[in-house]
Design a protein around this ligand. Structure first.
Ligand code: ADP
Length: 268
């Protein structure tokens, strides 16, 4: 089956997540009211961690699917597979989530094929139905089931933005990068590097983010800051860690790279 994974089952440890606004309460309200949730925001700003945290908090299993341009509705719902000479129906992660009353998280949902939308529509209105044409089943989602999708509005691709008819079925929240103090706390927690050594990295991250849209498509994510701090905590010289985790991942252009290195020199 695709890249779905089952994480955070009932009773498991709750993954660390530092809230940056009212997102925890919003998620809980949405879950109680059986509303699907759309998370908007740049890559690496904590969306996936947030969903894992909330699933564990609510004691629900979580099935996560990283969507890509070959992902079809059947990858989510399921298909007949050959097993030892027999053809056996195998649930996909969405069907499994509906049956189990789990949380299903479709990361970067706009990447998926168009037929995925067709499956999501009856699940995201008040019918909360998942029709499985192949098996003839019509599954009604239990109260505990929740659909969460994310997308990155920053990728300016007109073909790949969510259609209004789809996005208006979701309660939505925008994620951004945490404020410097909060981000420092997150990076300290995740990497184990002390705050006085993390703070300048966060400052550099913000300086590099300010260049987004000019020379850069995406700024430094919290994820990259965590990588950088982890490399340094592991003994890598700071400048090498910065190059490997905050500069190289952002650009292939030698001129832009030079400019980013200059920003690093001036900031640190
Ligand atoms: P996204 O799903 O938005 O691409 P992730 O949830 O994978 O991003 O976040 C990337 C990493 O950044 C996480 O693994 C975690 O280490 C860290 N992170 C980002 N934001 C937070 C936060 N608010 N609380 C805890 N960790 C965070």
């Amino acid at each position: 089956m695709e890249d779905s994974s089952r994480q955070g089952t009932a009773g498991g440890a709750v993954p660390f997540y530092a809230p940056t606004g009212n997102e925890v309460a919003l998620f809980e309200h949405a879950h109680r009211n059986r509303l699907p949730l759309l998370l908007k925001g740049p890559t690496g700003c904590g969306k996936t961690r947030f969903v894992a945290h909330m699933a564990a908090r609510l004691g629900r299993p979580l099935h996560t699917v990283s969507c890509h341009d070959d992902l079809t509705a059947a990858d989510l719902t399921g298909r007949y597979l050959l097993k030892g000479g027999d053809t056996v129906w195998t649930d996909g992660p969405l069907t499994r989530s509906v049956r189990e009353g789990a949380i299903c998280y479709l990361d970067e949902v706009v990447e998926a094929r168009k037929d995925v939308t067709v499956v999501l529509h009856p699940l995201t209105d008040d019918r909360r139905l998942l029709p499985l044409e192949r098996t003839g089943e019509l599954l009604e989602a239990p109260a505990a089931f929740m659909l969460v999708v994310s997308y990155n509005p920053g990728y300016q691709n007109i073909l790949k933005s969510l259609k209004p008819s789809t996005r208006q079925r979701f309660v939505a929240i925008e994620f951004g990068f945490p404020k410097p103090d909060a981000e420092t706390g997150i990076v300290v927690q995740e990497s184990g590097l002390p705050a006085d050594r993390v703070a300048p990295l966060v400052q550099l991250g913000n300086a590099l983010r300010a260049l987004k849209g000019q020379d850069l498509e995406e700024g430094v994510s919290t994820r990259l800051l965590v990588y950088c701090a982890s490399l340094i905590r592991d003994g890598m010289p700071r400048d090498e860690a910065i190059l490997a985790s905050m500069i190289e991942p952002l650009t292939d252009d030698p001129e832009v790279k030079k400019a980013l290195l200059r920003v690093a020199e001036l900031t640190l």
